[in-house]
Design a protein around this ligand. Structure first.
Ligand code: PMV
Length: 333
């Protein structure tokens, strides 16, 4: 099946015409504590393994869409040229939902760096789906919205939800059971710190990198085993509200994903010297008693996990940190 078939199935009972001419919504980014790395279907973004994430509060994308006879995409107030790589990604996705001779004018305001391993595509595609749902007044549940967002970017399916979010890989070959759900409420005092090392776009896209790993790393099967074990343990840590356990597993899972990438041919290394230096700093501080952990995605930047009670200490040790309260949601009506 193609993306259009999935869209048609999900929308078959829904309004086929616009109820509104313009709409706006926000979706936050999400950071995986148990990572998704590798797809079993590259067209439909169906992952090989389950993953689990936390939302990034008010860090994400506000998307406004207007129905028009023109096609224009703005990213952070810049009109995207037809040759811009993101133009094509947006167009291919939005064309799945276009009606007759109508086009979309899309304005995306993203308050995190784009394509730098901070899940910018997750929030952008999730926000687009939320806005389209408003334009058409679709009556879809969160699981269906999550599947539609997944067609734009895999991890976008997790940005439809709040709390600790679980994306089940699913068994259906067309991915109709590959969606995210809320697993449990977030720990009240959980905080996330962004350590931005490099705002530039990543050296290799996550799509290309995960496919290279899947095809060439001899450790890929082992990675799948590790994910299953880590997921079982982190679920237990969440349900027993055990932050230290959660942090240990998240950090280990991230390192295992990057270790697996390193064994790809050619190798994939997103870390820079500053990334490694910060990892050592986290380990040093942890050895001296601070409950702090990191996770890293497809980029050089690190995200720290810690509790509200340690915020003063964390700010002292990482003056450049941006601290996020994942509970602080931006609400747009
Ligand atoms: O959905 P994508 O193509 O941005 O891939 C996300 C990959 C990781 O961020 C490394 C892991 C994850 O689960 O978010």
């Amino acid at each position: 099946m193609h993306k259009q078939d999935i869209v048609n199935i999900i929308l078959q009972q829904q309004n086929k015409s616009y109820l509104n001419i313009t709409a706006q919504d926000f979706a936050c980014s999400n950071i995986a504590l148990i990572k998704y790395w590798g797809k079993k279907n590259n067209i439909l973004n169906i992952p090989n393994n389950d993953s689990l994430s936390v939302p990034l509060g008010n860090k994400g994308a506000i998307v406004s869409i207007k129905i028009s006879n023109q096609e224009q995409y703005y990213l952070n107030s810049q009109l995207l040229d037809i040759n811009h790589i993101f133009f094509n990604r947006l167009k291919t996705f939005l064309d799945l939902f276009r009606i007759a001779n109508n086009y979309y004018i899309v304005d995306i305001q993203c308050n995190i760096p784009i394509a730098a391993g901070l899940a910018s595509s997750a929030c952008i595609f999730a926000a687009i789906i939320k806005v389209l749902a408003k334009l058409f007044a679709w009556n879809l549940n969160h699981e269906q919205l999550s599947i539609l967002a997944r067609l734009g970017s895999g991890s976008a399916c997790r940005s439809i939800h709040d709390g600790f979010v679980l994306w089940q890989a699913g068994k259906d070959k067309n991915g109709m059971d590959s969606f995210a759900t809320n697993f449990a409420p977030l720990f009240e005092d959980l905080r996330i710190g962004l350590l931005i090392i490099d705002k530039k776009p990543k050296i290799i896209s996550s799509t290309a990198a995960m496919e290279l790993t899947r095809q060439t790393s001899l450790f890929y099967d082992k990675w799948q085993e590790i994910v299953n074990a880590d997921l079982a343990q982190i679920k237990h840590a969440i349900l027993t509200i055990d932050f230290a356990k959660l942090g240990q597993i998240a950090e280990y899972n991230s390192l295992a994903m990057h270790a697996c990438m390193l064994t790809s041919r050619p190798t994939i290394l997103y870390s820079q010297n500053a990334t490694i230096a910060l990892m050592h700093k986290v380990w040093q501080l942890r050895n001296s008693g601070l409950s702090i952990f990191f996770t890293q995605d497809a980029g050089a930047n690190l995200k720290l996990l810690f509790l509200q009670q340690d915020v003063i200490q964390i700010k002292k040790h990482f003056p450049q940190i941006e601290i996020i309260n994942p509970h602080n949601k931006m609400i747009i009506t």
